[in-house]
Structure formats: structure tokens, C-alpha cells
Design a protein around this ligand. Structure first.
Ligand code: GDG
Length: 429
């Protein structure tokens, strides 16, 4: 999309204290914005990942509020806004992404009143009772309202945002439109609504059809001892993903004798994430203790209960895992969308396999034919796992066909086109 729009990509190069000149790659202009090691600690690991992330995910972990983190957030947001304002064409369009940059829309508007500004929020927006905790709640709302279109994953997120706007700022809200008073005594309109994100389906379809990827899936099954059923979880190692709840439910099923390691193996890929944030260090310890206990209690010489992989893999391997899995477990306690659910569905061209999906994911709004779960309800989660493990091929096929139709029709191209269409409509007004 960036290439066809001949756009420039403004972003952090991913290493502290790395100053790079702008450069071009694959026909895209890249504009690096540097961060010092201290800014990575205060702005990124601090305010973005230890204040906003837990607050916006229903305070599953306690958010930390520190004034110096906020100051770093303002400073870095300004740096991004200036970089974007510098490169955007006259009357051009800027599309700002995600919770690390919530002040950028307003900052760009001040620098470049000629441009059209979109913002997309990849994570949930919290209910007002939680949002109100944020010491800088009004500043963040005003930052976001600098955009002409503010996109969320779910209708619920947009509703929570609009409620916060009405209650905190007392701006008039009609449907999805907010009337924002301007300095010259007039009003400007911003639109806030849902644009559920999706995946680029083409590479998943292509990889899933490749003979060597299919052979790798068979090899994975064989290396696990050809169990009757393979359960799979794929997540960044994050407390929002409900990995502990999933492991607990599975461990109890082994304990109760409803499942046996002779028939079933659970593969959990937990890719390393935010390893310098305390909450993530504790989570890793908890999960590894639970996995060690369950494996210690249930493994045999030939079969393992949980094959736990704290590693990242190339996409080919992920697709082979999706193809090898009879049941995909997505049990997030809160998740903006959850792309893993959509990737699993996209790869299942044989219309086999069962998706167990938490109702607290954005994906649950669309993927109605999944086995729905409330991951906090361990008994319900156990029932859902048993339903999935014992589902007939005919029932799997019926559900998977409907899930696939949905994902293949609403892919990431449909998502970006609909967002950009909404922005173009604002511009015409
Ligand atoms: C945020 C929101 C929203 C994971 N491990 C490996 C790997 N992955 C890939 C998955 C998937 C992606 O990372 C994770 O996306 P999710 O959507 O599941 O979750 P977040 O990272 O939390 O993303 C989320 C998303 O933004 C988009 O708006 O859906 O709610 O939290 O694509 O496949 N990929 C490879 N190796 C790994 O080990 N190659």
C-alpha cells in the first residue's frame, strides 16, 4: 500500500542511539526517527508499554504512572510529528499508527493545517471508568482528536472513546462524529469508528499450498509422536494473551483424565517480547513454572504434555504449525484484534481444524463460527477444549468454511481501502 501510494514511512529504526539518514528500500522512502537509550526506557518501555498498554487492556497488570515517562512521551511524539510534517506533500495525507503516537495527530495539525490526518488504534480502548485513571486523560483525547478519522478495531472501542470525549471534554458527539471547537470560534468534525484490521491472506494461502510446508507439517506431527490431536497456541509472551489460563485448563484436563498425553500434545509458541519490562519477567517465570510442573507430572518417555517454545520462527514454520494443529487456542483476556486467529483460518484450505476463540478479542466480532470462550472461566475453557477435540469432521468443515469466507473477503487490503476511503470523504467535505 505504501509503495502504490508513493508514501514515506516515518519510524524508529529499532535500535537506541542510532542516527540514520533517510533512505529508500523496495520503492518506499524511509524516514528514521532516532530514540536515545533513555527514551527507549522512559517513552517506549515505560509510558507506551507499562502505562498505556496495561491500562488499555483492562488493567490486567497494574499500569505505572510516572511524570517523567509522560514527559518523554510528549517529547518523542513531537519528534515524530515534526518528521511527518516535514515530509508530507502540500494537502497530503498522514496516517498515524497506534498507541505509542496518540499525541501526534494534534501536533501535526498544528504544524501542517493543510493535511488530512488519519489515526488507527491497534489495541483496545478502555471503558471510561478505567480510562479516567490516566493522569493525562484530557491531553491524550485532544491528541487523538487532531485526526480527521480515528479508527478502532471494534465498535465497542469507538463507543468507549466517544464516551470519554463527551464526559471529559464535553464536546458534542452525534453518532460517530465529534464536533471540536476551534480557536477561531468555529467547529471541526472528527469521525471515530471501527475498521477491523485483517491479514494479508495471499502469502498464507501460498505457503499453505507449498509441498515443502505441508511436508514440514507432517514432520512436526511425527516428531511429536503422531498424537491423535495437536493443540496449538501462538502468542507474543504477553499477559494479555491468557497463556496461563490456557495452560491451567489443559493441565486440569490431563489431571482429570479427560485428556491423555498418549493422544494429545499442546504446542505453545511464546515469542519473546518486552523482556526488560518487569511484568513480562514475572509472567515468563509463572508460565515456565506451570509448564515444568505439568510436564513433570504427565510426560512419558515418548510423549510430552506441553511442547513449550520461547522462540520466534520464520513465517514458513508458523504456517507448518498451523497446518499441523487440529485445534488453535486463542484465549486472550483482552486483545485489539488477534491476527493469529485469522492466520490459522486462512491456512486451513482443507476446511479442517477448530478455532477456540476468546470473546475478549476483536476477532470474536467477526469469527462467529469459532468455539467461543470466556478465558476467565476455567471450567468453560475446559469444556470448549473438549468440544474442539471431539468435533466431527463435518462440523469442523461447516464452521471452517464460514470462517474462511469471512477472512478471505475482509483481508488487509479491504481494511486499508476502507480506512483511506473514509479519509478521502472527510477531505471532500
Ligand atoms: C497488536 C494487537 C492486533 C508471533 N510470533 C511469531 C510471529 N508472530 C506473529 C503472528 C501475528 C503477529 O505476530 C501477532 O499479532 P497479534 O494480532 O496476534 O498480536 P499483537 O502482536 O499483540 O498485535 C492485536 C494487532 O496489533 C494488529 O492490529 O491484532 O490485538 O495487540 O501475525 O503470526 N511471526 C513469526 N514468528 C513468530 O515466532 N514469523
Amino acid at each position: 500500500m505504501m509503495r502504490s501510494a508513493r508514501g514515506a514511512w516515518v519510524g524508529w529504526p529499532g535500535q537506541p542511539d542510532l542516527e540514520l539518514d533517510r533512505f529508500e528500500i523496495n520503492g518506499i522512502d524511509l524516514i528514521p526517527v532516532p530514540l536515545s537509550a533513555e527514551e527507549v526506557a522512559d517513552y517506549y518501555e515505560g509510558f507506551a508499554n507499562d502505562t498505556i498498554w496495561p491500562l488499555y487492556h483492562d488493567v490486567i497488570a497494574p499500569p505505572q504512572y510516572h511524570r517523567e515517562w509522560w514527559e518523554a512521551y510528549v517529547k518523542v511524539n513531537r519528534r515524530f510529528a515534526e518528521a511527518a510534517a516535514d515530509v508530507v506533500a502540500p494537502d497530503g495525507t498522514v496516517w498515524v499508527h497506534d498507541y505509542q503516537l496518540q499525541l501526534v495527530p494534534q501536533m501535526i495539525r498544528e504544524l501542517r493545517p493543510d493535511v488530512t490526518i488519519g489515526y488507527f488504534h491497534h489495541i483496545p480502548f478502555p471503558a471510561h471508568g478505567l480510562y479516567a485513571q490516566l493522569p493525562w486523560r484530557d491531553q491524550v483525547l485532544k491528541g487523538l482528536l487532531g485526526a480527521d478519522v480515528i479508527g478502532f478495531q471494534r465498535a465497542q472501542d469507538a463507543t468507549y472513546f466517544l464516551t470519554a470525549v463527551r464526559r471529559r471534554l464535553r464536546y458534542e458527539v452525534k453518532g460517530s462524529a465529534v464536533a471540536i471547537p476551534t480557536d477561531d470560534g468555529r467547529t471541526r468534525t472528527a469521525v471515530a469508528r471501527a475498521f477491523p484490521i485483517s491479514i494479508d491472506t495471499a502469502p498464507y494461502l501460498e505457503l499453505a499450498a507449498r509441498p515443502e510446508v505441508r511436508a514440514r507439517a507432517a514432520e512436526i506431527r511425527a516428531s511429536l509422536g503422531n498424537p491423535k490431536k495437536i493443540l496449538l497456541g501462538v502468542d507474543r509472551l504477553d499477559y494479555t494473551k491468557g497463556i496461563r489460563h490456557r495452560i491451567k485448563a489443559y493441565g486440569e484436563l490431563l489431571e482429570d483424565g479427560q485428556l491423555s498425553v498418549d493422544d494429545v500434545t499442546f504446542v505453545q509458541v511464546a515469542s519473546p517480547s518486552r523482556e526488560r519490562v518487569d511484568a513480562y519477567v514475572h509472567l515468563r517465570d509463572e508460565i515456565e513454572l506451570a509448564v515444568g510442573r505439568i510436564n513433570g507430572d504427565h510426560d512419558t518417555m515418548g510423549h510430552t504434555a506441553i511442547r513449550y517454545l520461547h522462540q520466534g520462527y520464520p513465517r514458513e514454520e508458523m504456517v507448518a504449525l498451523y497446518l499441523a494443529a487440529d485445534v488453535m487456542l486463542v484465549t486472550a483476556l483482552r486483545d485489539g484484534m488477534n491476527l493469529v486467529a485469522k492466520e490459522y483460518v486462512a491456512t486451513r484450505a482443507d476446511n479442517r481444524g477448530v478455532l477456540v476463540l476468546s470473546e475478549f478479542t476483536g476477532a470474536a466480532d467477526e469469527l462467529r463460527q469459532a468455539v467461543r470462550v470466556n478465558p476467565h472461566d476455567i471450567a468453560g475453557l475446559k469444556d470448549a477444549i473438549m468440544t474442539a477435540v471431539s468435533m466431527t469432521p463435518a462440523e469442523q468443515g461447516k464452521r471452517m468454511r464460514s470462517l474462511r469466507r469471512r477472512v478471505l473477503e475482509n483481508d488487509v487490503n479491504a481494511w486499508s481501502s476502507s480506512f483511506l476511503r473514509a479519509l478521502a470523504e472527510v477531505r471532500r467535505r
